[in-house]
Unconditional design. Sequence first.
Length: 211
Amino acid sequence: MTTARDIVLARIRAALSDVPHPAETGPAERDYRPAHVPDDPAALRDLLAENLADYRAHVHRTTAGALPALLARLLDDRGTRVLVTPLGLPTDWLTLATVEQLPDDGSLTARTLESVDSVITGCALAIAETGTIVLDTGPGQGRRLLTLVPDHHICVVRADQVLASVPQALPLLDPARPQTWISGPSATSDIELDRVEGVHGPRTLEVCIVD
């Protein structure tokens, strides 16, 4: 029995029948610049903060020593009572927080996550030129479900995780891992160009850049 998938793939193969195989042509030329900004760590963090803020994320600059106090204040200001925490989250981040922590053991459902107030994660890396944070479900990041259902997401970005550009970031990411690329809070302007936030992810994104 021929399926729609078989038909589509057959049409693609037919359309590409006269295109040389990559083994015959060699690797594609990549003569573009890998980045468009100077390789200055402090300037990259400034650019990341600027672009995230332009996407309407709430950006906070801090140091490793001041991070626990900042996180405790953000949760208190938000009125958070229940906070979801992924496996592998650094234990010292929440030493000053007075909220109920709900660790994710892999069994939290979307219905459960709808009832929590906030989620906190780290990230795999961040891209300054595009104002993008990338999560790949590594330690301290959790499953994709954790950062797509709760309405409030706090993400901590270490200084050594900030890269200039997408071409620099891609070789560091494992394509076999589920990735979430975040550029500001969830939003759409599909209907009459009116911006609506919280459509398919957190309505509020707070990013703590640890200088």
